[in-house]
Design a protein around this ligand. Structure first.
Ligand SMILES: [Zn+2]
Length: 139
């Protein structure tokens, strides 16, 4: 199957929690639907260096590519740019006594992680993403 990185305008996906529970593992459900965070250095994709595309673990839309992944040392998969500006959405997050910017899948609303302003050039951004929110497809 030919891989395309373009993300044309998509219908938003809306499902109930019960419907998501049927599709997702308990860990995926906790992270993506309840805004959980996997423990640092425990995720399956932290040290993944293969070439390929990281899709949303819930709706399978392409979100990140391996050429924008970098070693942040944070313990979570880190990217400096998503596949397109409209693939993800950013939301102010003031929980846990911190001012952070949460990022979610623009298509299905799944919680992905947070974006921080301490990433590498050229964007200066660090998208800190849970492995549990991603499905990797090797090239
Ligand atoms: Zn999604």
């Amino acid at each position: 199957m030919a891989e395309t990185i373009e993300t044309p305008k998509r219908e938003k996906i809306h499902k109930t929690d019960a419907e998501w529970r049927e599709i997702l593992t308990p860990e995926q459900f906790h992270v993506m639907r309840q805004k959980g965070t996997e423990r640092a250095f425990t995720g399956a994709l932290v040290n993944n260096h293969a070439d390929g595309v990281y899709h949303c673990g819930a709706c399978n839309v392409p979100l990140f590519t391996s050429d924008k992944k970098f070693e942040s040392g944070s313990g979570w998969p880190s990217f400096w740019l998503p596949v397109s500006a409209d693939a993800i959405e950013a939301h102010e997050d003031n929980t846990h006594g911190m001012r952070r910017v949460e990022v979610t899948c623009a298509t299905c609303g799944a919680h992905l992680g947070h974006v921080f302003p301490d990433g590498p050039r050229p964007t200066g951004l660090r998208y800190c993403i849970n492995s549990a929110s991603l499905a990797f497809e090797e090239k």
